[in-house]
Design a protein around this ligand. Structure first.
Ligand SMILES: NC(=O)c1ccc[n+]([C@@H]2O[C@H](COP(=O)([O-])OP(=O)(O)OC[C@H]3O[C@@H](n4cnc5c(N)ncnc54)[C@H](OP(=O)(O)O)[C@@H]3O)[C@@H](O)[C@H]2O)c1
Length: 224
């Protein structure tokens, strides 16, 4: 038996992953979807948890992993591009907020799943939806770049200390989701490269999140 946990299932890439997971015959006994806002749909036999990762003092999510589980797959997809601000203007508070959503929340879930997977003799596979911005500076994106980079290192340390934990960082590329729509609305004074992102849209260079979700599911299929 296997378990799969997906965050950010309400829209964008996460919604497409949710849709594939409820449609496909997948060798999974537990499907757990975590989102901040309601998905507006639920499917019998699947577990839906509503949680905002941006909570001071941490999230209060408790996930039970069934005995006899062999693989726990955690797709860490929820993320925020906010705040988009000039580096000199990024406040301590907004930096903390980005870190909670993009790094600390996913890490807390991965820590919990690592402990619970071990207690039932299962392996944990963390598929971290990362970004090119975790590796290169993007003007206006300090909070996003830092928090995405921090998530990589936090998960890598977790895996280094735990033989039953494997982590893969997956950069989906530039996708046609609300996140990109929000990026295109930015002012050039705050985000000087905004025209490049507008160009991705006008030149039809944005990836279809459904196709990216299918690619991710094929990675998951190879693991379990
Ligand atoms: N779009 C791109 O071009 C691109 C490129 C590289 C990497 N990525 C990464 O791919 C992943 C998916 O991005 P996307 O484009 O699908 O983004 P999106 O359309 O903005 O969706 C983001 C998802 O994260 C959830 N989320 C945001 N803030 C949250 C919070 N405080 N607590 C809990 N959940 C929260 C949202 O839930 P709500 O609906 O409740 O707000 C939503 O389900 C992200 O990790 C992003 O960093 C995206």
């Amino acid at each position: 038996m296997n378990a799969i946990i997906l965050t950010g299932a309400s829209r964008g890439l996460g919604y497409e992953l949710h849709d594939l997971l409820v449609r496909e015959k997948f060798p999974v006994a537990q499907r757990i979807f975590i989102s901040r806002k309601s998905l507006g749909e639920t499917h019998e036999g699947y577990q839906y948890i509503q949680s905002d990762f941006d909570q001071q003092g941490g999230m209060n999510i408790n996930i039970d992993i069934l005995p006899n589980t062999k693989f726990v797959v955690f797709i860490s997809n929820a993320g925020t591009i906010e705040p988009i601000e000039r580096a000199v203007d990024v406040s301590f508070f907004s930096m903390e907020s980005a870190l909670r959503v993009n790094c600390l929340g996913p890490l807390a879930l991965a820590q919990q799943l690592a402990v619970k997977a071990k207690s039932v003799g299962a392996r944990l596979f963390v598929l971290n939806i990362s970004s090119g911005a975790a590796h290169r500076p993007v003007k206006g994106w300090m909070a996003y770049c830092v928090s995405k980079a921090a998530a990589i290192m936090a998960l890598d340390v977790l895996a280094a200390e735990n033989n039953h934990v494997k982590v893969l960082h997956f950069d989906p590329g530039v996708m046609n989701t609300e996140m990109q729509g929000h990026i295109r609305l930015q002012r050039a004074e705050v985000m000087p490269d905004v025209e490049i992102f507008k160009g991705f849209s006008t030149n039809h260079a944005l990836k279809n999140p459904r196709e990216v979700a299918e690619q991710i599911m094929s990675i998951v299929r190879d693991v379990i």
